[in-house]
Design a protein around this ligand. Structure first.
Ligand SMILES: O=C(O)CCC(=O)C(=O)O
Length: 271
């Protein structure tokens, strides 16, 4: 079965997710909302992006002017932050998240601008960072532009959700702005996603995924990304606290994952 699900029944989405660890839902967010998100984040990054700098990005790198925003939902003083906060617990997204992993908590928001010429992000698995235990995390990757191979759309390895977390090797820094890369699991292969604005790609915390550079002349590849963890998690890495409850209730009983995890201190930073 294809990971792009045209039929909108929740059962069929959940079945694709169970089999592949990844499922793409077309048109979940409306064109007007996408436009509002794009405008709010662009005006914010063009106003002041100094707080969002990624480590080790040189001043002449396209990502220096357009750094990704980490946890914008915590910055309610800016319009982009209020939008991220609202969408993190939006019913359309959350009901699918719940169908895939059960009742969930918001753990992270991110916005990638990925302008023309920007490097991508080497293949990785998200739960090495979030360390949600005993289950895993789930990403909801919302396309804000048309994304494809040329502008560095996401690549995923369907089926890799059943693999363990693998400790990363060194990535090629000419292609990736992050330094770590995991290999493609044996017998599996990457699939290049193709998404339209408003499509949402949901994927499991063990799914190997990443992206190549934006090699287009003039096409941004913007995406708003959320990460969720099951409410039944007993541990999550400290970087993701405070977790966001869908009804904005206090979150109790989830501990901070300690001890560095199997591959060292990946849980103390964004990914
Ligand atoms: O959008 C990308 O290029 C990478 C994003 C990613 O890896 C993630 O959301 O975990």
């Amino acid at each position: 079965m294809s990971m792009v699900e045209e039929r909108r029944s929740t059962e069929s989405l959940a079945e694709v997710y169970r089999n592949e660890g990844v499922v793409q839902v077309p048109g979940l967010i409306t064109g007007d909302e996408v436009e509002q998100i794009r405008t709010a984040f662009m005006s914010e990054v063009e106003r002041d992006a100094s707080w969002a700098r990624d480590k080790g990005v040189p001043a002449d790198d396209p990502l220096a002017r357009y750094p990704r925003f980490i946890h914008p939902h915590r910055q309610e003083e800016m319009e982009a932050g209020r939008i991220a906060r609202r969408l993190l617990t939006d019913e359309r997204i959350l009901s699918l998240v719940t169908a895939l992993i059960g009742p969930a908590l918001g753990a992270q928001s991110m916005f990638y601008f990925k302008p023309p010429g920007a490097r991508g992000q080497a293949l990785h698995q998200d739960n090495i960072f979030l360390r949600a235990h005993p289950e895993t995390c789930l990403a909801a990757w919302i396309a804000i532009d048309h994304v494809d191979a040329e502008n560095g759309g996401l690549m995923v390895v369907p089926g890799s959700h059943v693999t363990e977390i693998v400790c990363p090797e060194e990535a090629d820094l000419a292609e990736s702005f992050t330094p770590d890369q995991v290999p493609i699991p044996e017998g599996m292969h990457t699939v290049q996603t193709k998404m339209a604005p408003g499509d949402v790609l949901f994927f499991h915390g063990s799914v190997v995924h990443g992206s190549r550079p934006n090699s287009s002349a003039d096409r941004f590849r913007r995406s708003l990304i959320f990460h969720y963890v099951p409410q039944t998690s007993t541990e999550v890495a400290s970087f993701y606290f405070p977790l966001v409850h869908p009804e904005h209730q206090p979150v109790e009983g989830i501990g901070v994952a300690t001890g560095g995890g199997p591959c060292g201190e990946f849980g103390e930073m964004a990914h």
